[in-house]
Each structure stands twice: as C-alpha cells, then as structure tokens.
Design a protein around this ligand. Structure first.
Ligand code: JHZ
Length: 392
C-alpha cells in the first residue's frame, strides 16, 4: 500500500520554460509524495506523461553546469579502470559528457530527447532516440549484442515503471556485466530538508533499501554503493546479476545508516513533511520582509529544484525579480508556473541586487567563488538548505 506524507501543491513541468503567450493553458498537476510500505520506495503519486517532459525541446543541458563535465570524466575513467568494459551503453546521455570518454566504435546511447540524441549521434555515438524499456533492450540486443557496462546518471529515478526498466537492464547485460547508476539520495534529502529534489521528472527518490528490494525481484542485486556530493548528495549504485559475485561492505553500511535514520518507518516521513512546511513559512517570511524593506532579490540557476520551491511557496516576480541561468534555451523565457523572467548572467549587474537566492544550491561553492565581487559589495545569498538562511 502507498501512503501519502507530503503535498507540494499544484506544480508545472519543471523544464518547460515559457513565453508570455504560453502562460494561459499551462499544464499543472498535483505533486503529492507517497511511501510504498512494501518496498519502501518513495515516489510521486501522480506521474506526468513522459512525452510531456522528455521531448525535442528538453532544456536541461548537462555540460552547461561545468563542474559536471569533470564529474563525468572522472566517473568514466574510474569505471574503465575497474571493469575494462568492451561494450558500453548509457541510458539518458543528454549532451554526452559521460559517453564522450569512451570509444565511438563500441559505445551507444539511449536518449528520448531528440535535440540531445541528435548531438550524440553527431558526435559518432549511435543513439536510440527512445524511452528505456524491455522492448528497446530487446531491439538493442538483436542489433548490437549484450553490454558489459550499462550506465545512467540522473535518469533511473525518472522512469515510472522500475520493474520494466530493471528487467530491460538484466536482459541486456552480459553474465559478468555491471550496471551503474547515480541519482539523488533519499537519506541526504531527508537530512538536508531538500524537498526540492521532488518534481515531475523525479518520479522516485531512492534509498538503497528500496533499490535492493526492487532490483532483487528483477534478478539483479546491489553489490556496492558510493556516496557522492553531486546534486546535493547522490548515491552511485553498482549492480550485477543476482547470482554473480559477492555483496560488498558498503551496501550493508548504507542500508544500516538508512535503517538507523528510520527510512523504513512512515513516521520519519511525517517529521520531514513538518520540516518542509516550516521551511515554506520561513522562506516566505524572509523574502517578503526583504522586499517590504526595499531590497532587491535575484535568483541564480533556473533549476527544476527551484521550480518546486517557487510553486510550493507561491514565490513570483513580486519577490524575486529575475533568475539567471547559463542555458541559452532557458534565457528570454519565464520560469514554469511562477513566471519569473530568466536572463543570462551577463545581461544583469549582480551588484544592483541585495540578495541572490540559490536556485542551484548544489553548486553553492562554485557560484560563491564566481560571484565574490557581489559579496565584497555587500551582497548576500539566500538558501533553504539545510534551513532557510542568508549568508555571505
Ligand atoms: P542543476 C536537472 O535538475 C533535471 P536541476 C534533472 N532531472 C536532474 O536530475 C538534474 O538536472 C541532474 C545553471 N547554472 O544541475 C545551469 C548557472 O546558471 O542543479 C542549470 O540550468 N550557473 C535531469 O535543474 C542549473 O543552473 C552556474 O554557475 O535542479 C543547474 O541545474 C551553474 C553551476 C549552473 O539541476
């Protein structure tokens, strides 16, 4: 049975940036969050049809967050050293910062957003412009054979039917092959109060407990876990066929840490929901007091995460004047639901503003370093993670 613990209100498609004439008729859905008592999987209650989110106009471009280029290069090098894969498949390859580290001859991609599939196809990596399913895995197996390494970053948590997605992996993996995927960690989200990890694309937020349950019923098992700092705290999950190799200490350690925190208990999620409500009140209070006192506020990073925050807290351009973002496809448009103008960083003088809300709080250090002049001129940042506060 699935039990609801959090209601984040009416929410739009987070990567659908809008022109003014698209405001009317914008799509909204109810963002409610549930715990599955059997598997302990945390999911959103109402899934948004995948084609509405992942299509030829998908805006999020991995390589435009420059720290992620290094992250994927290091990950690719580490996986090559550890597993020496001959044939590699990436699911959800976006604009290719991971796959570009592998040979074009034996590496392929799956990417349902046509604009990005075109990029990796152009780079020489055969890219299937389709959603990841057992049917697609069967087609790939007949055209390209079995894979030694299947990799996915910030993608498995987007897939609604996890049983089908994991079966597809099992069917395409060589007997000694490995499946490695990374997604935001449920434990870190609860520890840090970062409820903005929940939005249309993030159909699930994973614990190791839930993943192990679901992988095992599909003939796979987790054999190792790395805790990563990227995206506000993620886990890299290493998976093998259920009958291949042993399970490492890191799996037991992670599951134990999650049990101690109470990720298997519904009450833990009710406590989190109370914290989220307090966060909303605090953020509204601080932003309205500042604007009442004539302070000007900008936001940095037109993220999916900030879409959840703005729409849940009812924040619009009366509180935050504009949002800067490095992505050309977002600039000149308005944020989903909250309709705040998105501009390039170079088109504004940050020193005209008193406060900058960190929509991309996960890149806090990088942004603070880039914007040291803003701080020297008395500018302050605002974040809601781990609690609502301003700092310089
Ligand atoms: P970032 C997206 O979430 C959606 P978002 C998706 N579902 C997911 O899981 C993660 O990505 C991986 C900009 N930026 O990574 C670039 C600056 O403007 O936090 C990006 O648009 N200045 C696939 O959107 C955004 O901020 C900067 O200095 O929550 C960051 O988005 C930097 C570093 C980034 O993911």
């Amino acid at each position: 049975m699935k039990k609801e613990f959090l209601d984040l209100g009416r929410q739009p498609i987070t990567n659908k940036f809008l022109s003014e004439d698209e405001f009317e008729g914008e799509f909204f859905y109810d963002l409610k969050v549930v715990l599955d008592e059997e598997t302990k999987l945390v999911s959103i209650q109402e899934f948004v049809p995948p084609e509405m989110m992942f299509n030829d106009e998908y805006a999020y471009t991995t390589s435009l967050s420059t720290p992620m280029i290094n992250h994927f290069k290091e990950t690719a090098e580490m996986l090559s050293m550890k597993f020496s894969p001959k044939k590699v498949l990436e699911i959800g390859s976006n604009d290719g910062p991971f796959i570009s580290n592998f040979s074009k001859v034996n590496s392929i991609c799956v990417e349902p957003c046509g604009n990005f599939a075109e990029i990796t196809n152009g780079m020489g990596y055969h890219t299937y412009d389709e959603f990841w399913t057992t049917d697609l895995a069967e087609k790939i197996q007949s055209e390209k054979g079995y894979m030694d390494l299947i990799y996915a970053a910030n993608c498995m948590c987007h897939i609604h039917d996890l049983d089908d997605a994991f079966k597809a992996v099992k069917n395409l993996l060589t007997p000694s092959g490995v499946f490695v995927f990374e997604d935001p960690s449920l434990l870190r989200m609860l520890e840090r109060g970062s409820y903005d990890q929940i939005y249309d694309e993030h159909a699930h937020v994973f614990s190791v407990i839930a993943l192990d349950n679901i992988l095992r019923r599909n003939g796979l098992k987790v054999f190792s876990v790395d805790n990563l700092s990227v995206h506000g705290g993620s886990n890299r999950i290493y998976v093998s066929h259920i009958d291949s190799g042993t399970v490492g200490e890191s799996v037991k350690q992670n599951i134990n840490e999650e049990m101690v925190f109470g990720l298997d208990q519904f009450e833990t999620y009710q406590t989190f929901a109370d914290r989220v409500k307090t966060s909303k009140e605090e953020l509204n209070r601080i932003l309205s007091n500042l604007t009442k006192n004539g302070k000007r506020i900008v936001s940095i990073g037109a993220t999916s995460k900030s879409s959840t925050v703005f729409n849940y807290c009812g924040i619009d351009s009366s509180l935050i004047e504009c949002v800067t973002d490095t992505t050309p496809a977002k600039q000149g448009l308005f944020t989903p639901g909250s309709h705040i103008p998105v501009v390039s960083r170079d088109s504004i003088n940050l020193n005209d503003y008193d406060y900058a809300y960190l929509g991309a709080w996960n890149f806090k250090e990088v942004i603070a370093n880039k914007e040291s002049e803003f701080v020297q001129n008395g500018g302050k940042f605002i974040t809601h993670v781990p609690q609502v506060m301003d700092f310089s």
